[in-house]
Write a protein of this length. Sequence first.
Length: 766
Amino acid sequence: MAREKSSGKHRMTKRQVSEMLLSLFKSQPERTFSFKDIFRQLDLKTHPAKMLAIDTMEEMAWDDTLAKVSDNSYRLNTEGQVQEGRFIRKANGKNSFVPDGSDKPIFVAERNSMSALTGDRVRVTFMARRARHIREAQVIKIIERAKDTFVGRLRVTHDFAFLVTQEELFTKDILIPKKKLKGGKTDDMAVVRITQWPDEGHKNIVGEVVDILGKQGDNTAEMHAILAQYGLPYKYPKAVEDAAKKISGEITEDDLKGREDFRDVWTCTIDPHDAKDFDDALSIRIAPETSATPATSGTSGKSGNPSSEVYEVGVHIADVSHYVTEGSIIDREAQRRATSIYLVDRTIPMLPEHLCNFVCSLRPDEDKLCYSVIFTLDSEANVKDYRIVHTVIRSNRRYAYEEVQQLLEANGVAEDLSADSSKQKTQNKKSKTPPYEGENAWQLITLDRLAKCLREKRMAGGAMQFEGEELKFDVDKDGKPTRCYFKRSKDANKLIEEFMLLANRTVAEHIGKIKKSPKQKTKTQKPKTFIYRVHDNPDPQKLETLRGFVGRIGLKLSSSSTKGATARALNKLMDEVEGTPRQKLVQTAALRAMMKAKYTTHNIGHFGLAFDYYTHFTSPIRRYPDTMVHRLLTRYQEGGKSANQKYYEEQCEHSSDMEQVAQQAERDSIKYKMVEFMEQHVGEVFDAHISGIQSYGIYCEIDENHCEGLIHLRDLDNDYYEFDEKNYQLVGRRHHRRYQLGDPIRIQVDYADLEKKQLGFIPAPA
């Protein structure tokens, strides 16, 4: 292969470099070459030669000879002219096609889209590349439709009826024959099934009404429309509800066989104040082999020396699989739904209400069947022993988070949320000592102290410390929002969280972690099929982008070679910006480097939690994977063989997909309530900060109520703005005005469009 000449007058031409590059890539067509690889392989040592190679590869990628893998790596483009993949439709007509095995979208003009919709599987042909134009594709066949039902508003005329979709998916509205209206009238929200797609013979999309949801603007109709838009159920099949009502929940002597009895051990549930499905409970007592005995009732408690105490803490989970048998009509419906859905003003449960709110729910003063992980913990929350057993419990008390938080604060053991959380001590300096004040105070404060020890160990082990905030609404009896606020996780929430994490981790290790016998030199036994909740390491390229970005704003993200070191470096970065104007900016940039968690039978660990093994065991009332985990545990405890991995992997994929869809519906319900809340504030001026930057404008979040809206690019100053995606900013070409993520801004509410769930702002007048 040709080598670079050392003499300047014999410098290589672009044609020579192009030939060398093509020869190199063709010699290893499956390999991705970084710039360093290429410079080394071609022996390019001078700066001009390296820059010539980079420019040449950019042109070869533009001509589709090479495929650009990242900002500094390429591979040979081996794809053909005709490809298959997924279609993405945009309301502005700038549609795209994502080929199989790639995440790089390719532009598809509306005229070349063949009425394809988002999610449709399509076959395309690539169009001849025009000079100085982006790559384009043309849909030549719609292989499979992602959906055939759509939601919108009916418009009924004398001769015709149409469905106007909320997403403006179609260039034309869906035509509905009058006899297929099912009684629908103008401005009714309806679900419509497509009966005829456009083809060479006709251009209209024709459908029939499946269901009338109610009048546009009616709260229930709008919430059901959000669910129907994503293909999610908004009502329960009668046959499933009838089957559930036949389950009495009465506990017989046969039900108690083989179960440990915890009915005499102090137990409680801690949930949101409006919760009805209590699927987890905690019990605590001094471990039976120790002598010290705490008070179990009354207003105070006392115990022996805390430094020498050993506790037995039970994490008790509703035994849903005892009542919902595999393959039953109830199970099939739960499997299809995969998760409960939490909209702003209602819950769409995975299980029928009779089961999730009554039979399975761990209600106080009722005997309940559970699947439990019983821990023996020392005073520093080190796990001395554990067992996973079927139990029967009787909860002594149902707590709301606010009640427990108030008790912790009254006894001076709660974190001061106004201070820097990274510098918080486990307990407040003013914390009280036994006897504590309040009903069941010893039990709750001891659980809180142990939970804080667990959290401290988890953070020291490299767990990420992104503190989540939830946007919440207070609504009146008609579902109208009266208040909008952020809810932060406090000690009472974290108390429950830490014990649920411990139980989930322990169950995953119990099945997935092979324990070799002393005689074995290697692990020869293969783990049995199990369901894991995994979270992959951050995308390396996105992490490098983040490192470069924070460096440009005067911060540092240390390089790291292990996932534990990466997490610690990210945590250190979060600590540095906490409470500063840069916090939102850096946190958003860091989250973009993170991968999504999912369910799978192939364990790769959980990066965010810094666990090598993790599953979901603790919420079978609202998550189907937890029910499957319960069944697999029971199967293996009874000596059963490893389950069919292919079947469970398919179930994991379905559950992961349904989780994402449910989250999208939940976000849409929040958007709707946000716009509905701000309708009464159109024209008013608020202090805000920039929460998002896009090529078409800036998103701003109002400081007072956390509602988010968009300032369109056309409404910014009299300038031409360029989108600097890497630095999360818009920059004015003439006046150099910058709008960057996290910057303060004063806005005026311009409009609130409920139908499109859009809130529009403009810069406040000077």
